[in-house]
Design a protein around this ligand. Structure first.
Ligand SMILES: [Zn+2]
Length: 246
């Protein structure tokens, strides 16, 4: 019944033209995992079974229930994902932040003020890392006290709390990042509740070719399936960016 939709999805998955953050985007293959999670299906996105699962999601979200992942449907998915993100973006007060040890960081030479994390977020991160370490499928290198080993890169924190001054500097260094890149006024990193985690490839590069590497690592796949249990929600466009929403 959905074989026609499946055929259409095969081409839209690679070729659908859409816009996000003022930039033209191509296809939705980078979001296969998040889409599967949202539709609660493990079927390959090129199959009729996937199209059937999509149709039942479409029915619930009041878009045309044809099983075709076109621009309207993708925008409905994006708006659901964006709606699940951190709503309170208040600037963290000093008492809300702690300074995490260098060993939690992708770059352990980061200065103290670059290693600040909101307290509850940090506790949730450590619980999540303990779960990841205990998952044998991930084969994470770890110490006897269940910390990530110095040589392990996956799941280490690339960036957490960022001050206004720091964010402004970043923005000046990459003026073309646009709104899909670095938020100017209300970056979730101001809250200390947004963590950029290492999930492979170049740590925080939005190029499609880089994100294609990241969304296929066991670390990212694990996060999509498990992060929510620990209170973390994804930012769909940046595989490394996770927000603690409790
Ligand atoms: Zn981030």
């Amino acid at each position: 019944m959905f074989s026609g939709a499946a055929t259409t999805n095969v081409s839209l998955r690679n070729d659908l033209t859409w816009t996000f953050g003022g930039k033209q985007q191509r296809g939705w293959y980078l979001y296969d995992l998040l889409i599967g999670k949202t539709l609660n299906t493990t079927h390959d996105p090129t199959t009729s079974d996937f199209a059937a699962a999509l149709a039942s999601w479409q029915r619930r979200s009041r878009t045309t229930a044809d099983g075709i992942l076109d621009q309207d449907t993708l925008m409905a998915l994006v708006s659901q994902w964006q709606g699940n993100r951190l709503k309170d973006r208040s600037y963290a007060t000093p008492d809300q932040l702690l300074t995490a040890p260098p060993s939690d960081f992708y770059d352990p030479s980061r200065a103290d003020e670059m290693r600040q994390v909101e307290r509850d977020t940090y506790a949730a991160y450590k619980r999540m890392i303990a779960a990841a370490i205990s998952d044998p499928a991930l084969k994470l290198a770890h110490t006897s006290s269940d910390q990530l080993a110095p040589a392990e890169k996956y799941f280490k924190i690339v960036s957490a709390f960022r001050s206004r001054e720091y964010q402004e500097n970043l923005r000046r260094k990459s003026p073309n990042a646009g709104s899909a890149g670095l938020a100017v006024n209300n970056s979730p990193h101001f809250t200390g509740r947004a963590l950029d985690l290492y999930v492979g490839g170049s740590p925080v590069d939005t190029k499609d070719s880089n994100r294609a590497i990241q969304v296929n690592t066991p670390a990212y796949r694990w996060l999509v399936q498990n992060a929510e249990r620990f209170g973390f929600r994804p930012y769909f466009y940046e595989p490394w960016h996770w927000e603690f929403v409790k």
